[in-house]
Design a protein around this ligand. Structure first.
Ligand code: IPM
Ligand code: MN
Length: 356
């Protein structure tokens, strides 16, 4: 298969982990006889530094012209404590999502058995957890009108959803549930929010097209609690942009570490595959970041954008064996991990490639 992949490392540890993700793609191409070509582009803080724009037109054009994008992270601490900054790295990410029509963000939360001890949740609660989140990614309070009034003393962000937006993400979630445990939990705040009442109404209507899927509706506060109390009760979860952002960071603890979680953003055109962890400037440049989320993002890319299931599984299998052989990056090591089994980013990549 001939495919063109755009590598967009972005900021912070995005650079380090995406390098490993790319090595894995190259190895897969070699092993399975595919021809992958690559290009690179800028986004986020590095793009602001180089061009003044967090998402240069050139990057967007290259994204549109690629078959898939392997993405790193965006963000820089210098903006976090400067609320007045007009140009921010995250604007690049949000604009990319909107421009590419990436309305569905899939975040699989799957625990590798070997990492039971890496989580702060009790093993007997965790064992067997396997959740697939569908986070809506181009609507909600993220993209509604925002501003200040009363001489700047009052601020507002408008949350908005249309029936069409809810319907298309709901369908994706129902379709996924049909291929898994046939259970869908739709998370909202319909006791308070009008957008959530529309959300629930639409999900209930779409549900009639998928009679084989059992649907439940849960308020987001209860869902936040239930994720920790009994993660195994969830199969597929569908929710709005902001709720999904928060719940998936929480759910990352079910998988042991944010460093393990990959995501796929899909929609109308090119799919974008990225770790759910951010730019992590506290460890940037130290070479200790866990590259497995990027590696697993590459696996999702092969599966979802290219339909290469066997290749994708080969990657997941190699990650599994790496962990079974006792290797860990710092974030997933525990008190029982021997010092010589703790790998830096590059060494983790090398051990992984050996197993591919
Ligand atoms: C994520 C991130 C982004 C979001 C930030 C960086 C804008 O937290 O992808 O989850 O809030 O969507
Ligand atoms: Mn987030």
């Amino acid at each position: 298969m001939k495919k063109h992949i755009l590598i967009v490392p972005g900021d912070g540890i995005g650079q380090e982990v995406t390098e490993v993700g790319k090595l894995v793609l190259e190895r897969i191409a070699e092993k399975f006889g595919h021809e992958f070509t690559y290009d690179e582009a800028l986004i986020g803080h590095v793009a602001i530094e180089a061009t003044g724009n967090p998402l240069p037109d050139e990057t967007l054009e290259k994204m549109r012209a690629s078959d898939a994008v392997l993405f790193g992270a965006v963000g820089h601490p210098k903006y976090d404590n400067d609320p007045s900054a007009k140009v921010r790295p995250e604007q690049g990410l949000l604009k990319m999502r909107k421009e590419l029509g990436l309305y569905a963000n899939l975040r699989p939360i799957k625990l590798f058995d070997e990492l039971l001890a890496a989580s702060s949740i009790k093993p007997e609660i965790l064992r067997g957890s396997d959740i697939l989140f569908f986070r809506e990614l181009t609507g909600d309070i993220y993209f509604g009108e925002k501003g200040r009034k009363n001489d700047g003393d009052t601020a507002y962000d408008l949350a908005e959803y249309s029936k069409f937006e809810v319907e298309r993400i709901a369908r994706k979630a129902f379709e996924a549930a049909q291929t898994r445990g046939k259970k869908l939990c739709s998370v909202d705040k319909a006791n308070v929010l009008e957008t959530s009442r529309l959300w629930r109404e639409v999900v209930q209507a779409v549900a009639t097209e998928y009679p084989d899927v059992t649907v439940e509706h849960m308020f987001v506060d209860a869902a936040a609690m239930m994720l920790i109390k009994d993660p195994k009760r969830f199969d597929v979860v569908v929710t709005a942009n902001l709720f999904g952002d928060i719940l998936t960071d929480e759910a990352s603890q079910i998988a042991g570490s944010m460093g393990m979680l990959a995501s796929a953003s899909i929609g109308d055109g090119t799919g974008v595959y990225e770790p759910i962890h951010g730019s992590a400037h506290d460890i940037t440049g130290k070479g200790v970041a866990n590259p497995l989320a990027s590696v697993l993002s590459a696996a999702l890319l092969l599966d979802i954008s290219f339909g290469l299931k066997e290749e994708s599984n080969a990657i997941i299998d190699a990650v599994d064996r790496l962990l079974k052989d006792g290797y860990r990056t710092r974030d997933i090591a525990d008190a029982t991990t021997a010092e010589e089994k703790i790998l830096n980013t590059q060494a983790a990549g090398e051990e992984l490639l050996k197993r591919l």
